[in-house]
Design a protein around this ligand. Structure first.
Ligand code: CTP
Length: 409
């Protein structure tokens, strides 16, 4: 038997102000047990000195194609060394080069030579990110199997506000570990057993948005993280997963079929189509309970439409979980969530009965709790009793939920 070695990640750093965040990416990967080497573009060295990465990795930092006289074909040895090549940040220029197969420096030559999975975390000005050539290059890379993270939205160093920020280092590291786990690399040791192979499951996730007029809507703070973690965990355990998702800023987990919806009624229609043949379904979406009765198909104007804007009439939305729960077939396991501010377990027990669920994941919501965070503390409520769980990362909670649901089959 060969001795297990640490996963080997080559981090590519390109010329962008977010290059300083690559230091945290390197540290995060190392903390997760990876061995890391760094390759930089010439422009990246204007933002962070290679010495910083050399100190972090205790490895020479490669920049030029001919920098290492002891290794005349450096791009090939780096490409063969890594289990994952992660370019973070990846500028518009480098994404374009990789998409076209240009190889005019050590980083791009290594990307072309690399047979290991390639992952990129783009970072650039919002207008460059939204420019047609960049969108097309990123789509080309995705279609080729490159894992392309969506950039974050927010304040940019140039003063603009919009999408184009490098995702947070923690999120990049978490995604890189998922890619390593899915690629059959040494990180495989931590890979879950395929105990859901042969099962078909449905997950609802994210918020729904209910239009008021052509530009406004009623919605909530759901980030979709819990539902996406559930979908990722089930897929990693071998299930065939349909993820019915409201609008979120998350990437589809690998191997998951995503059905994108906007409103509660669209979510119900998608669930009614997918659930009858599913073995298990988890309803993690934060469905808007009400929708405007008569959304305007144009923008309502201040002044002229004051009366309509001040008195938006609402009507209840269908309850997706309760509808599917009522039509449950024998042997099917239905899991719901209960977001509560008071009497968490008692209210969850009521939802268990009223929505015909087999398991309710109850959690307290409020300031900084559950919505948008990376951790969650829940009580698993079933007909036989309550199982309070400690605060844990959402992917871990997702794993515990499926394990409990499997036991109910
Ligand atoms: N749910 C649903 N469709 C709705 C409302 C809720 O599918 N229209 C599902 C959620 O996905 C969750 C569960 O029902 O799994 C409970 O959601 P929650 O928001 O906690 O409860 P509500 O039913 O909306 O009740 P209340 O807001 O009164 O607590």
């Amino acid at each position: 038997m060969t001795e297990a070695r640490a996963p080997q990640v080559l981090v590519g750093v390109t010329g962008c102000i977010a290059a300083y965040k690559s230091c945290e990416v390197v540290r995060g990967l190392q903390k997760a047990g990876c061995e890391v080497k760094v390759v930089m573009t010439e422009h990246a060295t204007r933002f962070v000195d290679p010495v910083t990465f050399r100190s972090l990795t205790h490895e020479k930092v490669a920049v030029g194609l001919f920098d290492d006289p002891s290794d005349p074909i450096h791009h090939i040895s780096l490409a063969e060394w890594c289990d994952l090549f992660l370019i973070a940040p990846c500028t518009a220029n480098v994404a374009a080069k990789v998409a076209c197969g240009l190889a005019d420096d050590l980083l791009s030559t290594t990307a072309l030579a690399c047979a290991a999975p390639l992952m990129i975390a783009p970072a650039m000005n919002v207008h460059m990110y939204e420019a047609a050539p960049t969108r097309e290059n990123l789509e080309t890379l995705r279609a080729r199997g490159v894992v392309v993270m969506e950039a974050d939205e927010g304040y940019q160093a140039c003063g603009d506000v919009g999408r184009g920020r490098l995702p947070e280092p923690d999120a990049i590291v978490a995604r890189a570990l998922e890619v390593l786990a899915g690629a059959g690399t040494p990180a495989d040791a931590a890979r879950p057993v395929p105990d859901m192979a042969g099962l078909s499951v449905v997950v609802t996730a994210g918020p729904t948005v209910e239009p008021i007029d052509a530009v406004r809507y009623v919605s909530n703070h759901s980030s979709g993280k819990m539902g996406y973690a559930l979908a990722a965990d089930a897929a990693a355990r071998g299930a065939a997963v349909t993820l019915i998702s409201g609008p979120v800023a998350l990437e589809a987990p690998a191997g998951v079929r995503v059905v994108a919806v906007r409103t509660a009624r669209e979510m119900l229609a998608a669930a009614e189509e997918a659930c009858p043949t599913a073995d298990m379904a988890v309803f993690a979406a934060a469905v808007a309970d009400y929708r405007p009765v008569a959304p305007a198909d144009r923008k309502l104007k201040k002044g002229a439409d004051d009366a309509a804007l001040a008195a938006i009439e609402l009507t209840p939305n269908p309850d997706v979980l309760a509808t599917i729960g009522a039509a449950k077939r024998p042997g099917q396991v239905i899991v719901g969530f209960a977001a509560e501010t008071d009497d968490v377990a008692a209210n969850a027990r009521k939802k268990l009965a009223s929505k015909h669920a087999d398991l309710i994941v109850a959690n307290e919501v409020g300031e900084g709790r559950a919505f948008g965070t990376d951790e969650n503390q829940a009580i698993l409520v079933t007909a036989v009793g309550d199982e309070p769980l400690p605060l844990m990362p959402k992917p871990e909670l997702a794993h515990r939920i499926w394990t409990r649901a499997l036991a109910l089959r």
